[in-house]
Design a protein around this ligand. Structure first.
Ligand code: WTA
Length: 650
């Protein structure tokens, strides 16, 4: 979160696109004019332009039962056909879909014809295992070609995937399997991370060994790490065996536009993750539209690289569905940015001639710290556009990105969106917008957003408030899996029929939007969403913990960092040194949720600051965690507690 928003709003630097860029830009000013003239006609046109329908929709939006939207409801399509077969039929089968690079340096080039053939066989393998339309398949894989193939194979047969990021623990995996009632898990023996094989299959085994009957009938295992794994006969099947035994031909059957495509779990303000549900026609329309216009994609010549893992929404929308629907050529990289050497990413950009690059501010800040010599040792002149996503990008990082990576010419698109929005909502249009370092600026043509005060009244320019989306959009979430009440309550109860995003925002004097970060108890660590409540409940599940409170504190590299305040149980206190207790708790959270949730800092305290009604005052804890003077304590039940905590910290 920017420290001083008032300074940001006086940010005076402006960067207009070069005349050469404007000349060839996919999107010009006409897009906004068309959307303004008739928003629904505009979306109907985008659906025609970007999607090949088996049955063209005649209806655009059904909003008769808000907040349950239907888009293009009488249309029928197959999402995988749109990402594969149609490109082959159009004569582009030889175009490279994926330049895969494994962390150890192994490579694979996959054309659209090859990817189509792979997905057809995988689809048949799933059908052979009894997976049918509407069934849920959990995917827990490294960033390898099979992850893309698996997602598309599931989509092709009308089943529903739920990808779980490989960094999540067995416990997190199990709770997602159970919530989705998945019948199949697709995993790998292991994947490469930081020069080593990081095993995945053991977490699946552990997840399925948890007490209570699991809904999972089979586990398909991709061989990648070649590490030793346990095997459950009858349940576990090698992916390569299943695919080799499956038929080669598969005709993609169309499904209704509102047929579920995937569930993706994300952290909310309670301890239980939400299964965000996305459907087919509207989602595909908006991911393809945004991928083409925001990234200025010329599919014949561009090489796109989005560094997000397929386990997150950015990987779904801008590694799999958007780029493949548009017939783009892209880089898929398995490993970490700095393995085996700190310039790995930049050497990949040079090697594959990447033209469009999409990453997160946390990565940019990490590279800034490591020094500009590292990227400058590579030829990055192929890059002609840069994108940012996941958290607010501070102007210094934005300028570094532009100068050092973009050679001072490539436009930057700072894209705001969420798991729930499915696709980009706010972003500059690279051939149109004069960009400002640090601002996502304007809603895309066809999208409306507003910044409102606590009463829901729009704020004036120069003012701050809460970000809302007043009109439904094609790739919006359709609900929370199995919990319609939570869907209504979380997103639609605060301002009636306007979607409440949970982000703070401010408009500058021009009306442009600056995102300020979450206004709820959701943290953003390295662009990953984490819930304070989820980490607190992981902490109190440890026998030495009596009570805990977690806050997101500003962190130079990761944006926010997890900081936990823990009260130990009296009896247990004596048996452990404070260092041992802290180490155990950090490990425990990593085991319960995943390494991304491991607290950066754990403070052992005797008390927590609470209001008279017993609510923990996180604002005060954030002051402590960020080393500030503790703010207003007048609503505290016991005003001495903050003095005790702050002094204990010194
Ligand atoms: C934050 C990631 C500022 C925001 C696509 C949002 C951003 C949350 C930006 C969603 C941006 C994402 N500027 N903040 N350009 N992009 N965010 O669901 O707080 O993982 O609510 O989706 O990330 O995170 P999620």
């Amino acid at each position: 979160m920017p420290d001083n928003i008032d300074n940001l709003l006086t940010e005076g630097r402006r960067f207009a696109p070069s005349p050469e860029f404007v000349d060839q830009a996919v999107a010009g000013t006409e897009l906004a004019e068309q959307a303004a003239a008739d928003r629904l006609a505009f979306w109907a046109e985008q659906a025609r332009r970007h999607v090949t329908w088996a049955t063209e929709p005649t209806e655009t939006l059904d909003w008769s039962n808000p907040p349950f939207a239907k888009w293009f409801a009488d249309g029928r399509l197959n999402v995988a056909y749109n990402c594969l077969d149609r490109h082959v039929e159009a004569g582009n089968g030889d175009r490279v879909a994926l330049h895969f690079e494994g962390e150890p340096g192994d490579t694979r080039t996959v054309t659209y014809a090859e990817l189509t053939a792979d997905v057809k066989r995988a689809a048949n393998a799933l059908l052979d295992l009894g997976v049918g339309p509407g069934d849920r398949v959990v995917i827990y894989l490294p960033q390898i070609c099979e992850a893309v193939t698996a997602m598309l194979a599931v989509a092709r047969i009308g089943a529903v995937h739920s990808v779980v990021f490989g960094g999540f623990s067995a416990e997190s995996l199990r709770s997602r399997i159970d919530d989705a009632r998945a019948t199949l898990v697709i995993t790998a023996d292991g994947g490469w991370r930081k020069g080593q094989v990081s095993p995945l299959k053991p977490a699946v085994d552990a997840a399925l060994a948890v007490d209570g009957e699991s809904t999972v009938r089979h586990v398909l295992v991709v061989r990648r790490g070649e590490n030793e794994i346990d095997w459950t006969e009858g349940r576990d099947i090698w992916w390569h065996d299943a695919v080799a035994a499956a038929a080669a031909e598969h005709v993609a059957e169309p499904f209704e536009a509102e047929h579920p495509l995937f569930i993706l779990y994300t952290s909310g303000t309670t301890g239980k993750p939400k299964g965000i549900l996305h459907t087919s026609g509207g989602y595909l329309t908006q991911v393809a539209y945004t991928h083409r216009n925001v990234f200025d994609l010329h599919p014949e010549t561009d090489v796109f690289w989005c560094t997000a893992d397929v386990g997150w929404i950015t990987g779904h929308s801008y590694v799999v569905y958007g780029p493949l629907a548009n017939g783009a050529t892209q880089v898929l990289y398995e490993g970490t940015p700095d393995s085996p050497e700190p310039g790995r990413w930049w050497s990949l950009i040079e090697k594959y001639g990447v033209t469009l690059f999409y990453t997160a501010p946390t990565a940019i800040r990490g590279f800034m710290k490591a020094g500009r010599e590292i990227p400058q040792a590579h030829d990055l002149t192929s890059l002609r556009l840069l994108g940012s996503v996941g958290e607010p990008i501070n102007p210094e990082a934005w300028m570094w990105y532009r100068e050092v990576i973009g050679g001072d010419v490539a436009p930057i698109v700072d894209t705001w969106w969420q798991t729930e929005t499915g696709a980009i909502m706010i972003s500059p249009l690279p051939g149109v917008t004069e960009t400002k370092p640090g601002s996502a600026q304007t809603p895309l043509p066809g999208i409306s957003v507003d910044v409102v005060d606590d009463h829901g009244d729009p704020v004036s320019n120069g003012e701050g408030g809460l970000l809302v989306v007043p009109e439904p959009w094609p790739s919006m979430l359709r609900g929370i899996w199995g919990d319609p009440d939570r869907y209504v309550e979380t997103y639609w109860s605060r301002f009636g029929d306007r979607y409440f995003a949970g982000d703070g925002a401010r408009r500058d004097a021009d009306g442009d939007i600056w995102l300020l970060g979450r206004v709820d108890d959701v943290m953003n660590v390295s662009g990953h969403r984490l819930s304070t409540a989820e980490i607190e409940s992981a902490l109190v599940s440890h026998p030495i913990v009596a009570e805990s409170a977690v806050v997101g504190a500003s962190d130079e590299t990761t944006g926010q960092a997890v900081v936990a305040f823990v009260i130990l149980r009296n009896k247990k206190k004596k048996s452990l040194s404070p260092e041992e207790a802290v180490a155990q708790l950090r490990t425990h959270v990593a085991q319960q949720i995943g390494a991304i949730a491991r607290p950066r800092t754990v403070f052992l305290v005797d008390e927590l600051p609470k209001t008279r009604s017993g609510k923990i005052m996180r604002r005060l804890l954030r002051d402590v965690a960020e080393g500030r003077e503790v703010g207003d304590t007048t609503t505290l039940a016991d005003t001495s507690v903050m003095t005790v905590i702050s002094e204990g910290m010194r």
